[in-house]
Design a protein around this ligand. Structure first.
Ligand SMILES: [Zn+2]
Length: 387
């Protein structure tokens, strides 16, 4: 079933003067998680000729024990202060998506670190509050802690009304393509696939637990998504760890996906940023490709693994008879995971816009900012950087 906002749910509280967007948490109806401004609410009553939304994507949330240890405040886990410096960039876009690399199975099965991660539920609560609308779950760590961790994660996402894709609780759940219908009248579908699961076999007859990269299945699901939404975004967990440029396998799969007419490809797994580009599909369509968005929040130490970012792009819908969808104006905010380190302990972890990092936090910060701009835009003519 598609996630739709029913207008009467929105209009009635407006008329009665008690507008509360968080009332829209019914399982079958989904809003973008953002407070809807009066202008946005008026959307359907305005001319339907031109609509525009902003979509944003962040890379890996990879929660090492040194990250959740720093989030522990004596009572519970709280990642808010880590993400606060970038909160406005997560909140502002109409839709923001994140890759939840470490499975969120919660404390009841025991939190754990690399190589078999398990993260606390509070992270989901915190990112939801900060404006993340959907998490992609198909990663090489999805099966790290077995079926129980997946069940727990999904149960918690459902509880807080966080949309998820790439890992499912049943075949029927997997069949339901995730679509966000925005108040602007633009619908966006999300698919997510991984290259593998760290050698952990998928339990027999339970392929729905994690979406693997399989071109036949991808083609089928992309077709379904394209019939359900204006825009289709495919997330791939692929590539070589720590490689700063995409390998041939990534390029081939991206071209295959562009040929299917997918609008945007969001990649992750290498833990470092890889260049952004446009690919032309076989029908002449343009596909925006971010091969790897790097780590957004992790406990990795090496410099390039601490630089990630927020990809943003606009989606315009022009309706003159037939609807015409255009993805345009990609922009990027490079980010940096700042922390103080003492042995294997980290403290004061913060995700900062790289543009705001000073030389005490990272020596030659402005030099790295310039380097990232060049690196990301080497294959694209117009990539704006948020400065
Ligand atoms: Zn990975």
């Amino acid at each position: 079933m598609k996630y739709r906002i029913l207008w009467f749910i929105i209009v009635i509280p407006m008329l009665t003067g008690c507008w509360m967007s968080n009332q829209l948490d019914s399982q079958n109806h989904h809003n973008s998680g953002k407070d809807l401004s009066p202008k946005e609410v008026e959307g359907p009553y305005l001319s339907s000729l031109n609509k525009e939304i902003t979509v944003a994507a962040i890379g890996d949330l990879l929660i090492h024990s040194r990250v959740y240890d720093d989030a522990w405040n004596g009572e519970n886990y709280d990642f808010t202060s880590m993400l606060e410096p970038v909160a406005e960039y997560l909140e502002q876009p109409t839709i923001t998506m994140a890759n939840q690399e470490s499975i969120m199975g919660g404390e009841e099965i025991g939190l754990s670190n690399y190589p078999q991660f398990n993260s606390p539920f509070e992270l989901a609560d915190n990112i939801k509050k900060m404006g993340i609308d959907i998490v992609t779950m198909a990663n090489n760590h999805t099966l790290d802690r077995g079926e129980q961790a997946i069940d727990n994660a999904i149960e918690h996402y459902e509880k807080i009304d966080m949309m998820y894709t790439g890992s499912f609780k049943s075949e029927a759940d997997k069949e339901e393509i995730r679509v966000i219908e925005t108040t602007e009248g633009i619908s966006v579908a999300f698919l997510s696939y991984t290259y593998g699961t760290n050698g952990i076999p998928v339990p027999n007859g339970k392929d729905y637990l994690v979406n693997m990269i399989d071109r036949k299945i991808i083609e089928k699901e992309v077709n379904k998504a394209q019939n359900s939404a204006d825009v289709t975004i495919v997330s791939y967990h692929f590539g070589q760890e720590y490689q700063r440029t995409p390998n041939q396998e990534q390029k081939d799969l991206a071209q295959f996906t562009a040929d299917l007419g997918v609008d945007v490809i969001v990649g992750h797994h290498p833990h470092v940023l890889q260049p952004i580009e446009w690919l032309e599909g076989k029908d002449g369509n343009q596909t925006l490709v971010a091969y790897s968005l790097g780590n957004f929040l992790s406990g990795q130490y090496e410099l390039y693994r601490r630089i990630g970012g927020i990809l943003e792009f606009k989606v315009s819908k022009e309706t003159k008879g037939e609807s015409n969808i255009k993805i345009h104006s990609p922009s990027f905010l490079p980010t940096f995971v700042s922390f103080e380190r003492s042995g294997e302990m980290l403290s004061n972890i913060e995700v900062l816009p790289l543009k705001d990092v000073d030389d005490n936090q990272l020596s030659n910060a402005s030099g790295y900012f310039e380097e990232m701009k060049k690196h990301l835009s080497q294959n694209v003519d117009h990539l704006k950087f948020i400065e």
